[in-house]
Design a protein around this ligand. Structure first.
Ligand code: C5P
Length: 409
């Protein structure tokens, strides 16, 4: 998986000769794992065709703000919500001026104004236009408004001059876009995450399992990596590839998951149990395939170890987060779990027909002793980032509180 796996990047292309590099930027963003949609200004269309950018992005290019057809499909608000980050590359002097003013008179400027996600620009212009006091004043405004400024580089320019104003190369832009997601909230911490189902063998070909694709747990592991943590992902059987930069350990049964967790938990600052662990396993595993000779058969089952509760019971225990998949009375069941398993947070989600399992979207109710926080329905990758931001904040609060207590005379 790439560093931008599951990220939705909206690439804005404005009018400048560097627009010819936009097709390469799209391609490299996609190589890094991102899904890319392109918005072009009218000026950009003078330099590169929408057809080229449609072909490399795999999606129609968005160009019109006031077009009933476009607004009925994915209009400016949908695009603004869709994007995990907006990169405007190349960003012309004119576009920077309009962004600094907060204009919304074309699709790209309207999307930049309407999005909650990070916005970055990669300036590209003649060196004199870059150095002009008006552009520099706009630049200062953009920085003040938390717009990321990628570049520009110095060097020879299409106009024949030499100086600052060259757009950064697409590979450099991709690296900087990846950095937008690196929050640093979990810098220096170790996080252990469980994910996926477990498989409790009945015989060599049959077993008991739970419905779980592993998508949520893997997204949580990836979000923790992005936040700067060292991540150990302990996963039951899934069809997902190992997340990049996490140490992934594959297991089958609840017992194996339990043992792998406890082999690594001493180093963990935070434990997040996302796995759908089977609650029961056969007391005996048949050595050979069981033949269907009887009309009825009974399986003798015993409880599996409760991994989450066993971690929360450690002294000292890491900051412990459990998941609760419920079909009803979400908060009540989550609160019970919080108390009986002695957890810091329970992330509860509603499951049932078409909800939660294998889908790409989910919502969570974060239940804590003195707070309830709702994370609304959104793609699992984004939901996982919101969960990690919440966990990081609570972890820091708990630990700084401890430091204060210790320091009190
Ligand atoms: O008690 P319940 O199974 O509903 O709790 C769900 C939470 O407990 C999840 O976080 C799950 O990963 C964890 N769990 C566990 N070991 C088990 C059963 C559940 O870690 N044997």
């Amino acid at each position: 998986m790439g560093t931008l796996t599951n990220k939705r990047i909206l690439l804005g292309v404005t009018g400048g000769i560097a627009a010819y590099k936009s097709a390469d930027t799209v391609r490299r963003l996609r190589e890094a794992g991102a899904e890319v949609r392109v918005v072009m200004t009218a000026g950009a269309a003078e330099f590169i065709t929408a057809l080229t950018l449609q072909a490399v992005s795999g999606h129609p290019v968005h160009q019109q703000l006031l077009d009933t057809g476009a607004e009925a499909g994915m209009g400016h608000i949908e695009l603004a919500r869709w994007a995990d980050a907006v990169l405007v590359a190349p960003a012309s002097a004119n576009f920077m001026a309009r962004l600094a003013q907060g204009r919304a008179d074309d699709l790209l400027s309207a999307v930049c104004l309407a999005t909650e996600s990070p916005v970055a620009v990669a300036p590209a212009m003649n060196q004199q236009m870059w150095s002009n006091a008006a552009t520099q004043a706009n630049l200062a405004t953009l920085k003040k408004n938390s717009i990321g400024i990628f570049g520009p580089a110095e060097g020879s320019q299409a106009c024949g001059e030499v100086g600052p104003g060259r757009m950064l190369e697409p590979t450099e832009l991709v690296a900087l876009v990846s950095d937008l997601f690196a929050s640093g909230e979990l810098d220096g911490l170790t996080v252990v995450v469980t994910a996926g189902p477990t498989w409790e063998a009945v015989d060599p070909v049959r077993g008991l399992t739970n419905r779980s694709s592993g998508k949520m747990g893997y997204a949580v592991a990836e979000a923790a990596v992005e936040a700067g943590a060292r991540v150990i992902l302990i996963s039951g059987p899934t069809s997902l590839p190992d997340p990049e930069r996490a140490h992934t350990i594959r297991v089958e049964s609840a017992q194996e998951m339990h043992d792998a967790v406890h082999a690594h938990i001493a180093d963990a600052d935070i434990f997040i149990g996302v796995a759908a662990v089977a609650d029961y396993r056969p007391t005996q595993i048949a050595k050979d395939k069981i033949k269907k000779t009887q009309e009825k058969m009974t399986l003798d089952l015993e409880r599996t170890p409760d991994i989450l509760a066993s971690v929360a019971a450690l002294k000292p225990a890491p900051f412990t987060v459990g998941f609760a998949a419920e079909t009803e009375n979400l908060e009540q069941h989550a609160r019970q779990k919080l108390a009986t398993k002695n957890l810091d947070i329970v992330a509860a989600n509603r499951v049932g027909a078409d909800l939660g399992f294998g889908t790409d979207e989910n919502s969570l109710l974060l239940v804590e002793p003195a707070a309830v926080t709702e994370l609304p329905m959104q793609p699992k990758a984004r939901l996982a980032r919101a969960l990690i931001a919440h966990v990081a904040a609570r972890y820091r609060a708990k630990h700084s509180a401890k430091v204060h207590t210790l320091r009190r005379p």
